[in-house]
Design a protein around this ligand. Sequence first.
Ligand code: DQA
Length: 147
Amino acid sequence: MVKKIAVLNGPNLNLLGTREPDTYGTTTLEEIHALTEQQAKKHDLVVEFRQSNVEGELVNWVQEAAKDRAGIILNAAAYTHTSIALHDAIAAIETPVIEVHLSNVFAREEYRHHSYISDVAAGVICGFGATGYMLAVDAIASMLRDK
Ligand code: DQA
């Protein structure tokens, strides 16, 4: 059976392309979706790609993905820095979660330096723009191979 990975995107990432291009680049979320799909295909993986501005919806998707997805790539956007609910959802599941950020959050405002996701994530990728999503796909594929 083909393994599926969930790629979950948080608030305001639907605006990529026009949102603060100096910080986030000009690649749209649709383009990131396509690039992620291509990368996954190289590893015989299938991508389920979602975006929501609603915290509870992201929590629901983490729980849903834990049932049968091989891994989760999560850019929780601003909820990274605020959401104990997302922290708890990830802590509750076995499925590996790769935390991704387009920007290097550590080179930005102090309030972006803390993540509620990192300590329950399998790993963190930040600062590589859209490429970070592809690196995360490679990371999950490598974890699956090593299993
Ligand atoms: C982000 C970084 C967050 O601090 C910010 O709130 C975002 C996007 C990133 O991908 O760089 O919305 O997660």
